[in-house]
Write a protein that binds this ligand. Structure first.
Ligand SMILES: [Zn+2]
Length: 469
């Protein structure tokens, strides 16, 4: 008998981790980090609810931290079997984990400085860079799309990965096994599904035929995105009007996927003559630079890049006037360059990183344009700015908000309500588990699916809940 149990992204978005048990074999789908308020983040330190040493393998859907960010903890607690994923996911996940270890250490040192004098003992970081190095030994089982891998021959258990169209290398996991009575069953985990029609990733593969159990994400289960094309046009208008005024365009970036998508569109503006080749564009985030290099390395995972003649001599992210600025000195030097320019810098929600220095220098100038292309969580500097604050505090100093602010919402890497519904109607699973979403989005989606597929057995699992399948 097969069983599925949910250890993360259950009635919440982050911490993706589900266990499939078939016979005596236990496989994990993802081992992600919980992110957000402390009530969620403290779950990262609370163990897993199972013994990691008993897990026979981990199949990783993609390289976002909320899907891979607890792999080092899993390894520290005794997991020592293979991690299966696509080649781009392996490269991205290791980079994201190293960056995460660095941030955890910085946070630890900062807290230690503040709290030790008060006699408060600070919790050790969740994992260190050394722990991430140990995880490297578990990777190496690189699985390209559509390649069948047998993982437990006694129960005829195999899996393959289909493109999820979310970020480069992202995958839907298709598990197949045969029960004792000889009946074959298919379990599909969507991972995070993309919306289709994006330049830097292919469209998600259509659902497999004959799905018995579907575990589906629901991040945008209750809403639709704005038109993608309208968002690209808005981006182009914001950039060209600022360049005309000889101002600076400042774009806070999420290092993974959004940066590469923006670079592609800015490159297109230059290639089509909408933007002068002489206007400098600075990518000022070491993590985003390294991820862009991974995108360049794995260009064969995106068909537009394979087809485009650009690829013959140049990679899709190269264009005249693009500068990768990695060091702090290079970062500071940007402000000495006169005339119109474009700066992309982390972090995406303006909570840390080099964007804060640029905001301090540029937010008070009315020649600046700030283009916000990603979700801004409550309590972040980004949220205060887009909600219309006239003044904000950056590094303890008051800074007036005089820049033009554009909030462009159509760049999400997730499928919206309409796309999710289209997918599940085509899949027609017997059992459906809705994961990776806030309760409102999940309930709304479940209600809509119930109407469309009345025979499907729909569940919204809670943390730790298990089901026979
Ligand atoms: Zn994701």
């Amino acid at each position: 008998m097969a069983k599925i149990q949910f250890f993360g992204a259950a009635r919440t978005v982050t911490g993706s981790c589900h266990m499939v048990t078939i016979g005596k074999h236990r496989f994990l789908l993802d081992s992600g980090q919980f992110q957000g308020p402390w009530e969620l983040e403290k779950l990262n330190y609370a163990g897993f609810g199972f013994k990691p040493s008993t897990i026979n393998g981990l199949i990783l859907s993609h390289g976002h931290l909320d899907h891979c960010g607890r792999i080092p903890v899993l390894q520290k607690m005794g997991f020592e079997n293979n991690i299966y994923c696509t080649p781009p996911t392996e490269d991205i996940a290791l980079l994201i984990l190293m960056d995460s270890a660095h941030i955890l250490k910085e946070e630890f040192l900062w807290k230690q400085r503040r709290l030790t004098r008060a006699g408060i003992k600070v919790k050790e970081p969740l994992y260190s860079l050394e722990d991430v190095y140990f995880c490297m030994q578990l990777f190496g089982s690189r699985v390209p799309y559509n390649k069948k891998v047998k993982i437990a021959p006694d129960v005829h258990l195999s899996f393959h990965l289909n493109d999820a169209g979310h970020i480069l290398g992202s995958a839907q996991v298709v598990l197949e096994y045969k029960e004792k009575r000889g009946k074959a069953k298919k379990i599909v985990f969507t991972g995070d599904l993309g919306d289709g029609g994006r330049p830097t990733v292919d469209d998600p593969a259509p659902p497999e035929p004959d799905i018995h159990t579907l575990v589906m994400e629901s991040t945008y289960g209750d809403r639709d995105h704005k038109s993608y094309q309208a968002s690209v046009e808005e981006l182009e208008e914001a950039i060209t009007s600022t360049v005309k005024r000889k101002g600076t365009v400042l774009i806070p970036t999420f290092a993974l996927e959004r940066t590469q998508e923006l670079l592609y569109h800015i490159g297109n503006m230059k290639r089509s003559g909408k933007l002068s080749k002489r206007i400098p564009v600075f990518l000022n985030s070491p993590l985003a630079i390294n991820i862009t290099r991974i995108y360049q390395k794995h260009c064969d995972y995106c068909s537009l890049f394979k087809k485009t003649p650009l690829n013959k001599k140049h990679t899709p992210f190269e264009f005249p006037g693009l500068f990768f600025t990695e060091t702090v000195e290079e970062s500071k030097a940007i402000h000495g360059i006169a005339g119109p320019k474009i700066i992309l810098a982390g972090s995406g929600m303006m909570t840390g990183g080099r964007i804060k220095h640029h905001l301090k220098h540029l937010l008070w100038k009315d020649s600046t344009t700030l283009i916000v292309v990603g979700f801004q969580a409550e309590g972040t500097l980004g949220r205060r700015i887009i909600e219309g604050a006239e003044q904000v505090h950056i590094f303890g100093e008051p800074v007036a908000v005089r820049a033009r602010i554009y909030t462009i919402n159509g760049f999400s890497a997730h499928a919206d309500r309409t796309s999710l519904l289209k997918y599940v109607k085509k899949a027609r699973p017997k059992k459906l588990f809705i994961v990776h979403g806030e309760p409102n989005a999940q309930n709304a989606l479940a209600k809509t699916i119930k109407k469309a597929l009345p025979r499907t057995d729909i569940h919204i699992p809670s943390l730790g809940q298990h089901y026979a399948i």
